[in-house]
Design a protein around this ligand. Structure first.
Ligand code: CO
Length: 294
C-alpha cells in the first residue's frame, strides 16, 4: 500500500520555499559577503514565505563538508575560490524539505569537476530512484556518476528518509554501493545528497558548528527549555537564534538533553562539494520537490 503523507500539498510547498531559499543563498554567496548575513538572508526568506527553517542555513566551506552555521558573532566573509555548500531546509508544520547546492565563490571554476560530480551524482540517483527500487541501485548510480568525473564520493555521509518533524528518519541513502538492503516505497519522501571530494572520501568530527538539537522532550522542569522545545521540537536549530539571555543560559546548562553537532571535516583535508534534493517516490519514479523555480 502506498503511504503518501495526507498533506502532500504542504510538503510540495515546503519544497518550493526551500528551493527559493537555496537559490537566494547561491546568488548571495559572493566575494566579500558576510557569512552571517547570507545565513540570515536564507532563513529570512524561509520565514517571509510563511515557513520555518527545518535546520539553520548551513554554509560549510572548503574542507568543511557539513554542519557549519554562523555563530552570532561570526564576522567571516566569503573569499574568491571558496567552495561553499549552501544547504537549506524549510518546514510547514513538520513537512520538511532539505536541499543543497555548491558555489565556487567568484566563479574561479577551479573546482568545477567536484561541483559537477556532485550534481551528476544527484541526477543519476534521481534517475535511478522509484517505487520498489533497491536503495543500493540508487547508491550505485550515484557512485558511478561521481567516479566518472575522476573524484570520490564521501562514503560516510548519506541521504536520508524524511518524516514529519524528523529530518533524518530511518532510511539512509548511501553514496556508495553495498551499504543498504532497503527498498524505496511509493509515497516515501527522501533526500538524496551526494558529497564529492578530492580527499580521503571520509569525514571526521571538527569543532562545534553552532547547531544543536533536543534529543528528547525536556519536560516542564525548566520553563526556558520547555519554551525552546515548543519552538524547535527535535529539529536542529542555531545557537544564534536563541537571543533571550535566560533561554541561552538554560540551553548551555541543558547539555544532557541537547545534542551539539560538530562540523564534519574531510578526513584527508580534501575539498568538498555537495548537491541535494528532496524527492517524493511516486507510482512511476520520483517527483523532485525542491526543483529550481523556472
Ligand atoms: Co539532507
Amino acid at each position: 500500500m502506498a503511504r503518501y503523507p495526507p498533506d502532500l500539498d504542504r510538503w510540495r510547498a515546503a519544497g518550493r520555499i526551500a528551493a527559493g531559499a537555496r537559490e537566494l543563498g547561491v546568488r548571495s554567496t559572493v566575494p566579500g559577503a558576510r557569512r552571517r548575513d547570507v545565513a540570515d538572508a536564507i532563513e529570512g526568506y524561509v520565514r517571509d514565505a510563511g515557513a520555518l527553517p527545518s535546520f539553520p542555513a548551513n554554509l560549510s566551506r572548503n574542507v568543511e563538508a557539513a554542519h557549519y552555521t554562523p555563530s552570532a558573532d561570526d564576522v567571516a566573509t566569503f573569499e574568491s575560490g571558496d567552495l561553499v555548500k549552501v544547504d537549506v531546509g524549510a518546514h510547514l508544520e513538520g513537512a520538511i524539505a532539505d536541499t543543497a547546492a555548491t558555489v565556487e565563490v567568484g566563479g574561479s571554476r577551479r573546482w568545477e569537476h567536484l561541483v559537477r560530480a556532485a550534481r551528476d551524482g544527484l541526477a543519476a540517483g534521481i534517475a535511478a530512484a522509484g517505487p520498489g527500487v533497491r536503495v543500493d541501485q540508487v547508491s550505485r548510480a550515484i557512485e558511478s556518476a561521481i567516479h566518472a568525473r575522476g573524484v570520490k564520493p564521501i562514503e560516510d555521509l548519506t541521504g536520508h528518509s524524511i518524516e514529519r518533524y524528523l529530518l533524518h528518519a530511518g532510511k539512509a541513502i548511501p553514496n556508495v554501493r553495498g551499504r543498504s538492503t532497503d527498498t524505496l516505497e511509493e509515497g516515501e519522501i527522501v533526500a538524496i545528497e551526494p558529497f564529492t571530494t578530492n580527499g580521503a572520501g571520509r569525514i571526521e568530527d571538527g569543532p562545534f558548528g553552532n547547531i544543536v538539537r533536543f534529543r528528547e522532550d525536556p519536560g516542564a522542569a525548566t520553563p526556558e527549555l520547555a519554551a525552546l522545545f515548543a519552538r524547535y521540537r527535535t529539529l536542529p536549530f542555531a545557537v544564534r537564534w536563541v537571543t533571550e539571555p535566560a533561554e541561552a543560559a538554560a540551553l548551555r546548562k541543558g547539555r544532557r538533553l541537547v545534542q551539539r553537532y560538530p562540523v564534519f571535516l574531510e578526513r584527508g583535508g580534501g575539498l568538498v562539494a555537495q548537491a541535494e534534493h528532496t524527492v517524493l517516490v511516486t507510482a512511476d519514479g520520483v517527483d523532485v520537490l525542491t526543483a529550481s523555480p523556472d
